[in-house]
Ligand binder design. Structure first.
Ligand SMILES: Nc1ncnc2c1ncn2[C@@H]1O[C@H](COP(=O)(O)OP(=O)(O)O)[C@@H](O)[C@H]1O
Ligand SMILES: O=C(O)C1=C[C@@H](OP(=O)(O)O)[C@@H](O)[C@H](O)C1
Length: 304
């Protein structure tokens, strides 16, 4: 009976499900093919915890159980493994992998207000060498009014939506852009026609986390959140819940979905608010890759 021979397995939450069996930046990758050929099974990785928390570099402890050629790993190979990763490096590596497959197609970030489209979009544009646009800002410029709230007040929501559609139409003929769309852009089917010329990515953030973020910055710039009574968090949560009921299905039209609870679970974090924008951008690149490079290995990884 053969015994397991890979005591120094290093895994990152993003590389453990990747395609190619090669070592890069200290991480070992297992493709589906490689796992089958070598008989490697990673049965479990748990107790993943942040050991130290800085935005760029974090240490995690992984408890890994594995088997090799269908034999259980010995005690040596199962146990706590400390590894570290630098989010910035992983981000760059993911961008290098996915960039060439985009062929200059634009990326449209969709999601509820406060979901991080602007924050994450800027990170993605920088690392992909794309330009960044915030569609709300473009509408403000084209109308000649300095805030979306003012456009709603002075004109109407419908007027804003018409201008938003025009902006998306104009952007759709361009290349190499990351666009942070307004939270309501998904409600008009015509907008999808324009956005689908690129790759659409839904930042799916729990409503409670959105309400916390919005309560922290205030609702001045978000006219659809005006008018409820109560404290800032409860007001935002109530309104966001109604909006999400109307829009949930529309967001699901996106080519890729970036679920914050899913990333937290992968990283062993209890709270989505512990996720950095860079960690979310990394997951966005992973999900974009799945949508632009469908193949057997990736399909396997996505479903495992
Ligand atoms: N991952 C994150 N963790 C905590 N706060 C965040 C995160 N991403 C964005 N924010 C904050 O949430 C607020 C809304 O983010 P923003 O990028 O403007 O969202 P959107 O463009 O989708 O409306 C901002 O104050 C931003 O700093
Ligand atoms: O959800 C919405 O309908 C809106 C979201 C806002 O954009 P953000 O998602 O960038 O806040 C802005 O377009 C407008 O206030 C309407």
């Amino acid at each position: 009976m053969e015994t397991a021979t890979a005591p120094a397995v290093q895994i990152s939450a993003w590389t453990g499900q990747e395609k190619i069996g090669r070592k890069s930046n200290g991480f070992l990758r297992f493709s589906h093919k490689c796992r089958e050929e070598k008989g490697i099974h990673i049965l479990k990785s748990r107790n993943l915890q942040w050991k130290s928390a800085s935005a760029r570099s974090r240490f995690v402890a992984l408890e890994v159980s594995g088997s090799y050629k269908n034999s259980p790993a010995s005690a040596l190979e199962s146990g706590k493994i400390c590894t570290s990763f630098d989010e910035g490096l992983i981000l760059k590596e993911k961008a290098q992998e996915v960039g060439p497959h985009l062929n200059g197609r634009c990326i449209y970030l969709v999601g509820m207000m406060g979901s991080g489209k602007t924050t994450v979009g800027k990170i993605l544009s920088e690392v992909l060498g794309y330009s960044f646009f915030d569609s709300d800002k473009l509408v403000e410029e084209s109308v000649g009014v300095s805030s979306v709230a003012q456009i709603f007040k002075q004109y109407s929501e419908n007027f804003f939506r018409d201008n938003e559609t025009e902006v998306l139409r104009d952007l759709s003929s361009m290349h190499r852009l990351v666009v942070a769309t307004g939270g309501g852009a998904v409600i008009r089917p015509i907008n999808w026609k324009y956005m689908k010329r690129g790759i659409t990515v839904w930042l799916d953030v729990p409503l409670e986390a959105l309400a916390t973020r919005i309560a922290a910055v205030g609702t001045d710039s978000r006219p659809l959140l005006h008018g409820e009574s109560g404290d800032a968090y409860s007001k935002a949560l109530l309104r966001l819940s109604t909006l999400f009921e109307e829009r949930g299905e529309a967001y699901a039209n996106a080519d890729a979905r970036v679920s914050l609870p899913h990333i937290s679970a992968k990283l062993g974090l209890d709270d989505v608010s512990d996720l950095t924008p860079t960690a979310i951008a990394i997951e966005a690149l992973v999900q974009i890759k799945y949508s632009v490079m469908p193949d057997d290995d990736i399909t396997f990884a996505r479903n495992s």
